[in-house]
Write a protein that binds this ligand. Sequence first.
Ligand SMILES: Cc1cc2nc3c(=O)[nH]c(=O)nc-3n(C[C@H](O)[C@H](O)[C@H](O)COP(=O)(O)O)c2cc1C
Length: 203
Amino acid sequence: MAAIELSGNPQEHLAGVEGETLRETMRLIASPVVVVTAQADGDPRGATIGSFTSVSLEPPLVSFNVTQGTRLHDTLTRVDRFAVNVLAVEQAPLAEHFALPNLEGVEQFADVDHMIEGNDPPLIMGTLGALVCRPETRIPVGDHIVFVGLVIGVHPGKEGLPLAFHDGSYHGLGEPVGNQFESQSSLSDADRDLLTLVGSETK
Ligand SMILES: Cc1cc2nc3c(=O)[nH]c(=O)nc-3n(C[C@H](O)[C@H](O)[C@H](O)COP(=O)(O)O)c2cc1C
């Protein structure tokens, strides 16, 4: 897509933007692709989530944003644990599947290789791993709810590369473009640990 031009009076660009302008800019930012799963009253639920990130190491906290009124939102308000399934690059069809609207929970999981134990959240097979979390905090922000989860367990997955989302499409990672991470001497140990939280603990 074309780069967004910053021309004219800069003040106009600082005065607030329409949602569509924000959406166009956010397309430039690559996001992770996970499937958040949970099970409320025996009814499994999952949704593709791109807003996932780590928040804190001590205590271990992660977060993601959920659209108000979705079935995932309803399920997450009724459970005491959920799972964050980290998709591998070859699992793009699963990301598409779990973003489909209007599917009942059982329909969502009918043809998906997964494991459910008791009331635990469904774990999708073939992922890079899964974090099991306890809901910690819910913060209504704009038209979304920020869910913060305390990570209480990690299920290791297979070796592989993660799926990413950028400019409206699913992507794999390209070749590394430099050892920038190591040379970030201004990064504190805590921030460095935070950046590697998912990458290192799910392998
Ligand atoms: C790549 C991608 C990322 C998404 N990220 C989010 C997200 O961060 N939060 C959210 O609420 N929905 C997100 N969605 C949309 C949900 O997957 C989808 O709307 C949801 O499954 C529908 O809600 P339901 O729970 O009622 O089925 C994303 C969809 C895609 C394809």
